[in-house]
Design a protein around this ligand. Structure first.
Ligand code: NAD
Length: 506
């Protein structure tokens, strides 16, 4: 990481966003934000104390009664305005994402578009929040069910989707009448602050959307504050488990999405050029820093040699560099991430896997000391190697060779993660069998990164999700509301009398 003296640009001092205003936070605890393509420190972000976190929650709590009572018509009008502004200024947000995360601009534009889809979905809140009613459930008794907002909800997000992951949650939470505290990753804080200003421009009342910058201290403060009613967390599996256990122990509703190890099965009848293209897209897009990235290609039967050859040729052709220069692949997010990924490549080679394409060396199209690792391909990987067992979260693709379809499915089902998987085949029967048997939450058939549309719900199985409610779609509205059932009888003079028995339907 370069020192401040060698900066080409001034280092920005970031802030929290509380009740519609930037709030500096204490200067005693600041974290560096870097441009991963150049290695430069570009900003300092405040890392909140527990007291600062309480202040943000108090602002969100104060805004809740007014927002809960704001009509759905008014709420959705603000959502439509937010959607319009985001559409007009998507490029600005994409540039921010690239400058702090490192992903190439076209990828960042795609991220914004997928987040935008959740805003569009949430604009349908009046329909999605409709309850149900029954007339004459018992004689002259009517029953209705309604769903009401929770109050203050906490959203804690990872570095790899600075805009899209928070947007899996907050459009739905806000549409449903909650007030929100977003705690972005301290590595990529600017996108959330930019979104806060956009909400203000769209007319959202102050205090409905707040940003708390920080690290573990801020997360723990949200997890233990009784005024925070739910936590939506996305990050690595150990932290997701911790967040789920701590949040639920403090009486909160928690959905905690964790890490992944996604397998792509290639059957002998597959179109190998299509499979190789998609392995490249899904393995090296965003430098492998996606929870839905493919990190293992399971080559079934005789396809392995030809498939490895096709993937290797394509991997060698990729141009890695600064995401603003039209490259195919950008850097990793931090120096530590680059060291970790290089360590895994060393370990894979030492364990006896065949290193077909080595990303540790090469030329990168960038200035400065960016955190680059090029596309890396291993063949003959076995399930005991750390490059197979661990989530590497970098541009490292491992090919495991198996003899049969059954062995491929056994491999996937034995894996502790269950986020995404894909099968490449022209055999509808095999694909249908895979759909039924595989123990993974999101599955693609000839689609390598099967991220569900906003009107479906996103979430994995096993160690990829703690809690039972997935993000957005109908499950999102369910998570951010609680049900109430009302039983009504308008008495007429003929009713009355005392009866201590349990109410029965008559
Ligand atoms: P991370 O777990 O390090 O951080 C996630 C969030 O937790 C951040 O806001 C961070 O500040 C906070 N945090 C970090 N350490 C903490 C601690 N000890 N206690 C409390 N909070 C803590 O994850 P990351 O490196 O930012 O993101 C990458 C991970 O996220 C990968 O494992 C990836 O698979 C996962 N991810 C999963 C999904 C999904 O949908 N399942 C989506 C995106 C990313």
């Amino acid at each position: 990481m370069k020192t401040l003296n060698s900066q080409r640009t001034a280092v920005r001092r970031l802030h929290h966003w509380i009740a519609g205003k930037p709030v500096a936070g204490s200067a005693d605890s600041l974290g560096p934000v870097t441009d991963p393509a150049t290695g430069e420190v570009t900003a300092q972000v405040p890392l909140a104390s527990a007291e600062e976190a309480a202040e943000v929650v108090a602002a969100a709590k104060a805004a809740f009664p007014g927002w809960r009572d704001t009509s759905l018509a008014k709420r959705t009008r603000i959502l439509f305005r937010f959607r319009q502004l985001l559409d007009e200024r998507a490029d600005e947000l994409a540039a921010i994402i690239t400058s702090e995360h490192g992903k190439v601009l076209s990828d960042a534009v795609g991220e914004v578009a997928r987040g935008q889809e959740v805003v569009e979905f949430a604009c349908g809140a009046p329909h999605l929040l409709k309850g149900s009613a029954t007339e004459n459930a018992s004689t002259a008794v009517d029953v209705e069910s309604i769903r009401q907002p929770l109050g203050v909800v906490g959203i804690i997000s990872p570095f790899n989707f600075p805009a899209m992951v928070p947007m899996w949650f907050f459009p739905v939470a806000i549409a449903a009448g909650n007030t929100v505290v977003v705690k972005p990753s301290e590595k990529v804080p600017t996108a959330a602050l930019w979104l806060a200003e956009l909400w203000q421009e769209a007319g959202l009342p102050d205090g409905v959307f707040n940003v708390l910058n920080g690290d573990k201290t801020a997360v723990d403060a949200l997890l233990t504050n009784p005024d925070v009613k739910s936590i939506s967390f996305v990050g690595s599996t150990p932290i997701a488990r911790y967040v789920y256990e701590t949040g639920t122990a403090h009486g909160k509703r928690v959905q905690a999405l964790g890490g992944a190890k996604n397998h792509m099965v290639v059957l002998p009848d597959a179109d190998l050029d299509l499979a190789a293209d998609q392995a490249i897209n899904a393995g090296f897009g965003s430098a492998g820093e996606r929870c839905m990235a493919i990190s293992v290609v399971v080559a079934v039967g005789e396809v392995a040699d030809a498939l490895v050859d096709k993937i290797a040729t394509r991997a060698r052709d990729l141009r890695t560099g600064d995401g603003r220069r039209g490259c195919d692949m950008g850097p990793l997010v931090t120096e530590a991430a680059r060291e970790r990924v290089s360590g895994y490549i060393n370990a894979g080679a030492a364990a006896g896997a065949t290193l077909v394409v080595d990303g540790r060396t090469g030329t990168f199209d960038a200035e400065g000391d960016g955190f680059f690792v090029g596309p890396t391909l291993f063949d003959h990987v076995t399930p005991d190697m750390s490059i197979y067992t661990d989530e590497i979260f970098g541009p490292v693709l491992a090919v495991v060779r198996v003899g049969t379809y059954d062995t491929a499915v056994e491999l996937i089902n034995a894996n502790p993660y269950g986020n995404g998987t894909a099968i490449f085949t022209n055999d509808g029967g095999a694909a249908r069998k895979f759909r039924s048997e595989v123990e993974v939450g999101m599955l693609g058939i000839n689609v390598p990164v099967p991220v569900p549309m906003a009107y479906y719900s996103f979430g994995g199985w096993k160690n990829s999700l703690f809690g039972d409610t997935h993000a957005h779609g109908s499950e999102g509205f369910h998570f951010f509301t609680r049900g109430k059932v009302v039983t009504t009888r308008w008495l007429d003079p003929s009713h009355g009398g005392i009866n201590l028995g349990f109410p029965r339907n008559t």
